[in-house]
Design a protein around this ligand. Structure first.
Ligand SMILES: NC(=O)c1ccc[n+]([C@@H]2O[C@H](COP(=O)([O-])OP(=O)(O)OC[C@H]3O[C@@H](n4cnc5c(N)ncnc54)[C@H](O)[C@@H]3O)[C@@H](O)[C@H]2O)c1
Length: 250
């Protein structure tokens, strides 16, 4: 496995269902992780589950990513403490209801968390990455961008924006040794899945559609994140990797 020793990684939503295990795996690979999340209980669980000899490489920041001044002040502090080598834009909210029941303000709020925070994180990390000629940005999108789901318009919109930024940033930042890629998870049993009213039916539907007949887990996402963070992936940029058990194929 590629070493991430010495890499300082900014990870939004790091205390969530997919982020928790990935954060620990990144530290096991040698990285230092700046974990941003608004859920203090989940952040505390992440700290508690972090092996004692790695705790010094985990920096927790409780922040609401929709609160721009608060986010900017956290980012300024993190950058002052040391340059960031990588950014994983992972935090997301996913309110579900018919499009007609969403106010424009709801779209704006989802955009602020799922996309606006990603813009701020990339802006904060970019000068250091550029100065060192090395950087990694990973945007977590979603299988929902491939169609097949109703009632998630603001969320799907936000993931489309992240995919667009992946390509725009990859084109613009490549000359500085910075790669930018997207990972599109399929259906993983985390809080994100609780929006579906019939869990058993949903589970069966997922397994039926996947080529691989088991549910995905956080380790599957962690593996793809570690790959894009590695030196070995330095010639891959502007791409989107579907980690979905062979549900959709591109
Ligand atoms: N689980 C799935 O099936 C699935 C499928 C497709 C895409 N994804 C994507 O994977 C990523 C991780 O999802 P997950 O399954 O771990 O979800 P999750 O809800 O378990 O984790 C998201 C984390 O983001 C944090 N967060 C949300 N809003 C925030 C805010 N305003 N400020 C700070 N933190 C905030 C939450 O507290 C949570 O810890 C998301 O981008 C999601 O869209 C997940």
């Amino acid at each position: 496995m590629a070493s991430l020793t010495g890499r300082r990684i900014l990870y939004t939503g790091a205390a969530g269902g997919l982020g928790h295990q990935t954060t620990i795996e990144l530290m096991e690979a040698g990285a230092e992780v700046c974990a941003l999340d608004r859920d203090v209980g989940k952040l505390e669980r992440l700290l508690a589950d972090t092996p004692a000899d790695m705790k010094s490489r985990l920096h927790l920041a409780e922040v609401d990513l929709a609160d721009r001044p608060a986010l900017d002040s956290v980012l300024a502090r993190l950058v002052a403490d040391g340059p960031l080598d990588a950014v994983i834009n992972n935090a997301a909210i996913y309110p579900a209801r018919p499009f007609e029941e969403f106010a424009i303000a709801d779209h704006d709020h989802v955009h602020a968390v799922n996309v606006g925070a990603a813009l701020a994180c990339a802006k904060a990390a970019l000068p250091g990455m550029r100065a060192r000629g090395w950087g990694r940005i990973i945007n977590i999108t979603s299988i929902t961008l491939s169609g097949g789901w109703e009632n998630l318009a603001p969320y799907v919109q936000s993931k489309g924006a992240l995919l667009g930024l992946t390509r725009a940033w990859a084109r613009e930042f490549g000359k500085w040794g910075i790669t930018v890629n997207a990972i599109a998870p399929g259906a993983f049993p985390t809080d994100a899945e609780k929006i579906h009213p019939d869990p058993e039916g949903y589970n069966g539907m997922v397994l039926e559609r996947q080529s691989i007949k088991r549910r995905g887990n956080a380790a599957d996402i962690a593996a793809s994140i570690k790959f894009f963070l590695s030196d070995e992936a330095g010639f891959i940029t502007g791409q989107s990797l579907a980690v979905n058990g062979g549900w959709t194929m591109h």
